[in-house]
Design a binder for this molecule. Structure first.
Ligand SMILES: Nc1ncnc2c1ncn2[C@@H]1O[C@H](COP(=O)(O)OP(=O)(O)OP(=O)(O)O)[C@@H](O)[C@H]1O
Length: 365
C-alpha cells in the first residue's frame, strides 16, 4: 500500500474564484484571498461612511489616535479612502496623553511614527496640562477601580478641547462593531435605557458643543481590524492599558466572544437590534414659570427650584448641563484627597504610588 500523501486541492477564493484562499473571514466565514479581503474590508467602511453621510467635502477631521490597532487602522484606511474616492478631507491625528507611565508614553511614540508614515499633522493634548492631574496621580489618589470612570470623562473632554484648539469640529474614533455590541449588551443587562438608546449611534453630538464624533468602524469586526493590521504590516502598539479594564464591560466582552464563537453574525445582529429598539418617549420634565426653571423634588418630599443652568461649567467653561461639568466634579473630589497623598507620599512618589495602589489592591488581608 502506498504511503505517498495526496496533495490537498488548492481552495480558491470565494470572491474572485482565481487566487488561493488564505483566510476564513471572521464576519461570515467566507474563504477568501488577501487582495479580496483588503477590498471588502475597505469597501464596507466606505459604504458605512457614504450611507451615514459622515463627511462633508473640505471638512477637517481629527482622528483620535491612541497608537493602538483600531485607531492606527482607522488612520490608514481613511487616508486610503480619502485618496481613492476623493472625499476632499483634511485628516489630522489627535492624541491624548493621559499620563500613564510605561503605557501611554510608549503608545505615543508609535503615533509619532504614524505621523510620518501617513504624513498627517499630529496634535498631542495632555491631561496634566488640561486638568492639572495625570492618570497616574489620579490612581494614586483615588485607587485603580474607578480609573476608567475618570479617564473616560476626561478623554471625551480632552478630545473636544484638542479639536477645538485645531479649529476642527469632527473627531473620528476607532470604536468598532465589537465595542458597539458590548455597549448594547452592557446597557441592556444594566437596564440603562438612557444610554441604550444612544449606544448604536454612528454620529453623536452634544447640544451646544461644536464638536461631533463619529465611528466609521461601527460595522467592522475587531478580528478583521487585527487581520488587516497584520497583513498590511501596520505599525501599532499592542499593550493593554496598565489599569484595570472596566469590570462590567469585561463581563459583556466575554459573553460576546462566547456568542460570536457559536454565531459570528451575532455582533452585527446585536447592533441591528439596537438600531431597531424604540423606547417610550421620556416623561416631560415639570417646568414652572416663564423662566422655565426645573423643579427638584428632595428626599424629604419638599420641592425647590433648581438654579438655572447656563449650559457651561462655571469652573472651566466646558459644556455642562449642571453648575460644574463631570470632569470638574470628579476633580473636585480628588483635590480634597490630594493633600493627604502629598503628606503620605510626596509629589515625586506619585507615579510610583499608582503602582503601589495596584499592588495593595491585589492583596487581601
Ligand atoms: N489616548 C487617546 N488619544 C486619542 N484617541 C484615543 C485615545 N484613547 C482612545 N482613543 C480613541 O478612542 C477609541 C477607542 O478607544 P479604546 O480605549 O476603546 O481603545 P481600543 O479599542 O484599544 O482602540 P485602539 O486600538 O485604537 O487603542 C480609539 O480607537 C481612539 O480612536
Amino acid at each position: 500500500m502506498s504511503t505517498a500523501r495526496v496533495p490537498r486541492a488548492k481552495i480558491l477564493c470565494e470572491l474572485c474564484h482565481d487566487r488561493k484562499a488564505i483566510m476564513k473571514r471572521p464576519k461570515n466565514l467566507q474563504k477568501i484571498c488577501k487582495e479580496c479581503f483588503y477590498h471588502v474590508f475597505e469597501t464596507e467602511i466606505h459604504n458605512t461612511i457614504i450611507d451615514a453621510n459622515l463627511f462633508q467635502r473640505g471638512e477637517k477631521v481629527a482622528i483620535g489616535a491612541s497608537g493602538g490597532k483600531d485607531s492606527t487602522v482607522l488612520a490608514s484606511v481613511l487616508k486610503t479612502l480619502n485618496e481613492r474616492y476623493d472625499y476632499g478631507l483634511e485628516l489630522v491625528l489627535l492624541s491624548i496623553d493621559e499620563g500613564i507611565v510605561g503605557y501611554r508614553d510608549d503608545s505615543l511614540a508609535t503615533v509619532k511614527r504614524n505621523q510620518k508614515q501617513y504624513d498627517m499633522h499630529l496634535e498631542i493634548v495632555s491631561y496634566k496640562d488640561l486638568f492639572k492631574w495625570s492618570m497616574d496621580e489620579i490612581v494614586a489618589c483615588a485607587g485603580v477601580r474607578s480609573s476608567c470612570t475618570y479617564c473616560g470623562v476626561m478623554r471625551r473632554q480632552a478630545l473636544d478641547r484638542g479639536a477645538t484648539k485645531l479649529g476642527i469640529s469632527h473627531v473620528v474614533t476607532g470604536h468598532n462593531a465589537d465595542d458597539m455590541a458590548e455597549t448594547v449588551l452592557m446597557n441592556l443587562l444594566r437596564g440603562d435605557t438612557g444610554r441604550l438608546e444612544k449606544s448604536v449611534n454612528i454620529l453623536t453630538e452634544s447640544s451646544g458643543s461644536p464638536v461631533k464624533r463619529s465611528k466609521p468602524f461601527k460595522y467592522t469586526y475587531q478580528k478583521e481590524i487585527v487581520l488587516y493590521a497584520h497583513y498590511k504590516k501596520l505599525d501599532y502598539f499592542s499593550t493593554e492599558c496598565t489599569y484595570a479594564p472596566e469590570a462590567f464591560r469585561g463581563t459583556a466582552r466575554v459573553l460576546l466572544k462566547n456568542l460570536e464563537a457559536v454565531r459570528p453574525s451575532c455582533i452585527i445582529d446585536i447592533i441591528r437590534s439596537g438600531e431597531q429598539l424604540k423606547l417610550r418617549p421620556k416623561k416631560q420634565r415639570m417646568r414652572v414659570s416663564a423662566v422655565a426653571q426645573e423643579v427638584e423634588v428632595k428626599r424629604d418630599g419638599s420641592v425647590s427650584l433648581k438654579p438655572e443652568s447656563s449650559n457651561t461649567c462655571e469652573r472651566c467653561g466646558y459644556l455642562s448641563n449642571n453648575r460644574i461639568c463631570q470632569a470638574c466634579f470628579l476633580l473636585e473630589g480628588l483635590e480634597k484627597n490630594r493633600a493627604k497623598v502629598l503628606i503620605e507620599g510626596g509629589n515625586t512618589a506619585i507615579a510610583g504610588a499608582a503602582k503601589i495602589t495596584r499592588e495593595l489592591e491585589a492583596l487581601s488581608f
